[in-house]
Design a protein. Structure first.
Length: 472
């Protein structure tokens, strides 16, 4: 391992740490805005309609898989733009953005149609046809659960096109090192989302409370505002519409292939996590709510990791564009080290403030089926403090691998970890062993631990021991 003259590792140079922080902090706050919308939704529901949280959580099964697919397919915009920036040719990047924009439009309409028209059949199958005979039938008719979740899902699907377009714009602006601009727009979206939530869920300003459906309309409406603002920023402040030189012969293929592997990983990760909400609902609506609120807090923590992962990806891609193996290796290792340090800090916060966070999420006296929600959430947050570290590791390592165009190995690890390890573990521990929400979190830990360790080992092996010939 290369070291400085003073003895510390080469990847820990102060200039590199500063660069990582300069990129990752605004990106983390940008990504956090997306999760803050979900947390805001959950808090408003927890205060005014806590029994309807499972409708929102389960609606994200088809939506989450679709969004994860789109986020992956479109990631090539960020990676290829970063490569051009790394060699000082960012003014040529307009063709990359335009290619990604058209992809986002047709992909958005396709996914919107699939989600909208499949919602009824999907949730009837999950909650009526194949649901095991558990406590859910004692609390509410499973047909009601299926119908309510499908209705919320259809409302959310209206925002699919806007989400895809805003994703391309955000990726492009971040790759051009304008993450603070993206952060500002996203937090405006959080504000708009909160206002609509208060109107349509809490019934402020004379509006009729709509519960989970009001949350869905808030998400869809705020996404429209975000999309319009980001498009304006891209048009006015970047070379997106400027004429570009003719693209290299393999550029379009590379832009799609980099994102395709990520899409598969996202489908595995997002689909796997969202299927755990279904399993939790099979246990009971109370288990779904307790587990779901804990996962919301984990998701908020994950945005910090995602900031580090995205910044690491940008730095690795820039080094890859320069064909500098030492910089690629150092950027990856620094990202992993930063993730571990962040995980320790976040874990301590979750342990120390678990009761406070639980009380903030739901009313102190909120109960479902005789289960006290705040107490159950606080208990799960203690275990979540460990789970979240490995969740961050798998994200940072896989992002660093894809920035070097190592695509399929990380995808296979995600598929195996989430579908072949996590989901069976959640079902067994939560339902078969009867451990409820606690068993669900234990199953998640087994899955993300597997993914985190394997992705980190693969990153070290690929970049330190057997670097790709293409990068030499």
């Amino acid at each position: 391992m290369r070291t400085h003259r003073l003895g510390w590792p080469a990847w820990a140079r102060p200039a590199d740490i500063t660069d990582l922080l300069r990129l990752s902090i605004p990106i983390a706050f940008t990504r956090m805005s997306q999760m803050l919308m979900a947390v805001t939704d959950a808090i408003v529901l927890g205060q005014y309609a806590p029994g309807q949280l499972p409708y929102i959580l389960n609606s994200w099964l088809p939506m989450g898989v679709s969004l994860g697919l789109g986020l992956g397919v479109l990631l090539g915009v960020q990676v290829l733009t970063s490569e051009l920036l790394g060699i000082g040719r960012e003014k040529e990047s307009g063709r990359i953005f335009r290619r990604g924009l058209w992809t986002s439009v047709w992909l958005g309409f396709l996914l919107m149609g699939l989600v909208y028209f499949s919602a009824d059949a999907l949730f009837t199958w999950l909650f009526v046809d194949i649901a095991p005979p558990t406590d859910i039938e004692e609390i509410v008719d499973p047909h009601t659960v299926a119908g309510s979740v499908a209705s919320v899902t259809r409302i959310l699907s209206y925002g699919m096109v806007g989400f895809m377009i805003s994703t391309v714009c955000g990726y492009y602006l971040e790759a051009l090192r304008r993450p603070l601009l993206v952060s500002g727009v996203m937090y405006f979206g959080v504000f708009v989302n909160a206002i609509i939530d208060l109107a349509l869920v809490a019934g402020f300003w004379g509006f009729e409370p709509m519960g989970a459906e009001g949350v869905a309309w808030a998400t869809t409406g705020s996404r429209l505002f975000i999309t319009v603002l980001l498009l304006v920023a891209v048009v006015l402040l970047t070379p997106a519409l400027r004429k570009s030189p003719k693209a290299p012969a393999d550029e379009a293929r590379r832009q799609l292939s980099v994102g395709t592997g990520t899409a598969i990983s996202n489908v595995a990760e997002w689909g796997g996590f969202n299927l755990t909400f279904v399993i939790a609902t099979w246990i009971s609506l109370a288990a779904n709510s307790v587990y779901g609120y804990a996962i919301q807090i984990m998701g908020l923590c994950f945005m910090f990791y995602l900031g580090i992962a995205t910044a690491t990806s940008v730095r690795v891609a820039e080094a890859y564009g320069r064909r500098n193996l030492d910089e690629m290796r150092d950027a990856g290792r620094l990202g992993v080290a930063a993730t571990i340090l962040m995980g320790v800090g976040l874990g301590i916060i979750l342990i120390l403030f678990n009761d406070t966070l639980a009380g903030f999420l739901v009313k102190d006296d909120a109960m479902i089926g005789g289960v006290h929600l705040a107490t159950g959430i606080a208990a799960l947050l203690v275990m979540a403090s460990v789970v979240t570290v490995f969740d961050g590791l798998q994200a940072t390592a896989s992002f660093a691998l894809r920035a070097q165009e190592i695509v399929w190995s990380p995808s296979l690890i995600h598929i195996g970890s989430f579908f072949l390890v996590m989901l069976p573990a959640c079902y067994w521990l939560g339902i078969v062993e009867g451990r409820g929400a606690q068993g669900m979190m234990e199953g998640v830990f087994i899955g993300v631990f597997t993914a985190g360790i394997l992705q980190t080992m693969l990153l070290e092996w690929k970049t330190a021991r057997q670097p790709s010939r293409r990068a030499v």
